[in-house]
Design a protein around this ligand. Structure first.
Ligand code: PEP
Ligand code: MG
Length: 560
């Protein structure tokens, strides 16, 4: 029999799982218009009507699709429809048409203008540019009478390939047919990755330009844990791997906490939440409590600071979901990619390294103490079985830890700090004596250790929590935690990765906090190994030359 020569392409694996199916490319984006002759003045109003009709049709189509959906998927489509009918965007397009541009060119020019504005604003605004380009493409296709770009209708199973998926595309994915996602762009925290995690679809992002070597309908083997796309894979072996992966998925679905290793070593699994409804969902699942309540996410669109009573009301909703369990609440992590109008007063050249997190209180302590008062008020009446822990983001020095802990204790609150600045990890022995606990934020710890923007799709190979440099900082933190009897948790995306969770357990981390949907996968993997194996996995990862080698070595140990 002739040997099959398989080739592999690598990206960043963000959701584990194996799939083997034909590649299906998202329908291509329409060509952008080339410069055109000036439209005579008397035809310009007709041209604007054509633009309005096309964008109305696109908005109606999105709204109609949203009416068949529920929850965040429906919200995403409604928000996109809202952008198509945005008055500012339409007015800008009208201006270009009034200057003589055809509707197609005006659509592209108006979008470019908004994209430039959003990119200059940076952070979350910059991430919205994918949405803007998505509506431009839909309107362009409508103007030309072409099929709507985006997801194809397919029969049977397929692995969806795309340059990047728009929020509207990911919200309407048909998971009966689509068995995995692969994108050229995106990163571990991109929209595609978040939705794939929610849908438990194997997903690889940031593959780069080599993705174009994958042809429509070509059979591909996807390994979401390793981030590999294999072409020409052996069909029999591939089917076998898919079967094993489905068995694992079934074990995960049946897993019930509390989490422990095979030899009964307990690891607390907690949920990351943004509000009361996410906390209620977490309480229905396997979370033992909340490990990270990101309070700033409730205030992203607030122009004024809510009063202490108003804040307490919001926080109480999260506490109520876990009336008899631990809740770790984080004070405002405003700034960088999460600007909050009332907290971030100055424009900065380099906001990720600027006045963010606890630093916003340097010149505005009352902003922090009002939040602590609100937390204390919301936590009133919670018994000893429901401890309320409060932690500050972006702590860098022992002085900051002491100051924050003092303010917490004045209000009877248990005080902690996030370890997400490398300096805090290295100086853990000086910080911990002031603190009751620490929680490692691996997303930022990786960003700052590797000097790589966590939102950059080009740098996904650096912003990978498997980087041994990051793991060495975690090891140091755990050693000091053990010496000083200070609990050490992890609440970044690293805690959602089942294999990495074993490494973290081996390093001495006591609790892992992640999206509640990720917890059964972590719990089921921990149940398969003993503590000694976790320690071996940790040693292998620490001694690896890089993130990919660490992942490979640990996978070999844990999965054989
Ligand atoms: C982190 O940095 O790992 C973290 C948990 O905080 P956030 O992702 O909200 O910055
Ligand atoms: Mg952080």
């Amino acid at each position: 029999m002739e040997a099959v020569h398989s080739t592999s392409i690598k990206g960043t694996g963000v959701v584990a799982g194996i799939a083997y199916a034909p590649a299906v490319w998202a329908r291509p984006r329409p060509e952008l218009p080339t410069p055109a002759d000036e439209v005579p003045e008397e035809q310009r109003s007709g041209e604007y009507e054509r633009f309005v009709a096309a964008s109305d049709t696109v908005a109606e189509r999105l709204l109609k699709r949203s009416s068949h959906l529920e929850g965040s998927a429906a919200e995403v489509l409604k928000a996109t429809a809202g952008m198509v009918t945005d008055r500012g965007w339409r007015k800008t397009a009208q201006k270009f048409i009034n200057k003589g541009q055809p509707a197609e060119n005006a659509t592209a020019a108006a979008t470019d203008k908004f994209v430039t504005m959003f990119e200059a604003a940076g952070g979350l605004m910059a991430e919205r540019t994918t949405d803007l380009k998505d509506i431009r493409d839909r309107v362009l296709a409508e103007l030309r009478g072409e099929p709507e770009p985006g997801l194809p209708e397919i029969e049977g199973e397929g692995v969806l390939f795309a340059d990047d998926l728009s929020p509207a595309d990911t919200a309407t994915l048909n998971t009966e047919n689509i068995v995995a996602l692969v994108t050229e762009l995106g990163g571990p925290t991109s929209h595609t990755a978040i939705i794939a995690r929610q849908l438990s679809l194997p997903c690889i992002v940031a593959v780069g330009s080599s993705i174009s070597s994958v042809e429509q309908d070509e059979m591909v083997l996807i390994d979401g844990a390793m981030g590999t796309i294999t072409l020409n894979a052996d069909p029999v072996l591939s089917q076998e791997k898919v079967r094993e992966s489905r068995e694992t998925a079934a074990l995960v679905a049946q897993w019930r906490g509390p989490a422990k290793t095979k030899d009964e070593y307990r690891v607390q699994l907690l949920a990351n939440v943004a509000d009361g409804s996410a906390a209620r969902l977490a309480a229905e699942g396997q979370a033992e409590g909340i490990g990270l309540y990101r309070t700033e996410l409730s205030f992203l669109s607030a122009s004024e600071e809510p009063s202490v009573d108003e804040q307490a009301k919001i926080y109480r909703k999260v506490f109520e979901a876990f009336p008899a369990s631990k809740v770790v609440i984080r004070t405002l992590d405003a700034g960088s990619d999460k600007p909050i109008a009332y907290a971030n007063m100055i424009a900065e050249e380099n906001p990720a390294l600027g006045v963010r997190g606890l630093r916003i209180a340097n010149n505005n302590e009352p902003l922090l103490t009002r939040q602590l008062d609100a937390i204390a008020q919301a936590a009133e009446g919670r018994g000893d079985e429901a401890p309320t822990w409060v932690m500050a983001p972006m702590v860098a020095t022992a002085r900051e830890a002491k100051w924050f802990a003092g303010l917490c204790r004045e209000r009877g609150l248990v005080a902690g700090a996030m370890i997400e600045v490398p300096a805090a990890a290295l100086m853990a022995d000086k910080l911990m004596p002031y603190l009751d606990f620490v929680s490692i934020g691996t997303n930022d710890l990786t960003q700052y250790t590797m000097a790589a923007d966590r939102l950059s799709p080009q740098l996904a190979y650096l912003t990978d929590p498997w980087q041994p440099a990051v793991l060495r900082l975690i090891r140091h933190t755990c050693i000091v935690g053990n010496d000083t009897q200070t609990p050490v948790g992890v609440c970044g995306e690293a805690a959602a990765d089942p294999m990495l969770a074993c490494v973290l357990t081996g390093l001495g981390v006591n609790s892992l906090s992640a999206a509640s949907t990720a917890l059964p996968g972590v719990g089921a993997q921990l149940a398969k190994v003993d503590l000694e194996t976790c320690k071996k996995a940790a040693d292998l990862a620490l001694e690896s030359v890089g993130a990919a080698a660490a992942r490979e070595a640990v996978r070999e140990l844990l999965l054989g």
